[in-house]
Design a protein around this ligand. Structure first.
Ligand code: PCA
Length: 196
């Protein structure tokens, strides 16, 4: 059996839940060919990736998939790319608020995810849920985490990716898009099913 390390973030920005961890923590022990290790990581620049990489050094996963909240999105979105840019609109959970800084000085401008983002988006759609590729993970902690992960494991053998998920219905202000928790879980399960 292959091994997937899958992470979700703690709540941030004054919220009391983060749908990424709510969903990840409820995923089953196995999905398809993969045995899952679920891990909560802090919404803190640098420390989030460090927490993932420390766990990965112990567990030797084949794939690392981080999941995060993207409030306002109306679909579950595998991220295609991480950029070497940190610029925060709000402080992270440790009070850091970088503006226009490199994630890793001197490193490439962008790094592509090494999981099959097209197949993942299609699998989510095939499960009857809104799924599409995103070409930006933003410039906050999620992008920082994906960038550091991809930079640590250039190409194979350990593959790395990121999926942003919408708000839960209880988080969305009137008119804003959201997705029920069980649908987010179904979408993540469908995406894991095509990791290969
Ligand atoms: N979403 C934030 C960080 C943590 C999370 O769940 C982001 O999109 O950067």
């Amino acid at each position: 059996m292959k091994h997937l390390l899958i992470t979700g973030f703690d709540p941030f920005g004054g919220e009391t839940v983060n749908p990424s961890w709510e969903a990840v923590s409820r995923l089953p022990d196995t999905v398809g060919d993969y045995r899952l290790t679920r891990l909560q990581i802090p919404t803190v620049f640098g420390l989030a990736a460090e927490t993932v990489l420390t766990a990965a050094a112990q567990d030797a996963p084949d794939v690392i998939l981080c999941v995060g909240q993207a409030g306002g999105r109306d679909a579950v979105t595998p991220e295609r790319i991480a950029i070497n840019m940190a610029s925060a609109r709000i402080p992270d959970n440790a009070g850091n608020q970088p503006v226009e800084t490199s994630v890793i000085p001197g490193a490439p401008d962008g790094m592509f995810s090494t999981v099959p983002v097209c197949a993942m988006a299609e699998a989510i759609t095939a499960a009857g849920l809104p799924g599409k590729i995103s070409n930006t993970a933003g410039t906050f902690v999620c992008n920082d985490t994906l960038y550091r992960l991809l930079h640590h494991y250039p190409g194979t053998p350990v593959r790395g990716g990121f999926i942003h998920v919408p708000w839960l219905p209880e988080q969305a202000t009137e008119g804003a898009p959201s997705m029920p928790l069980h649908d987010i879980i179904t979408a993540l399960t469908a995406a894991i099913g095509v990791l290969g």
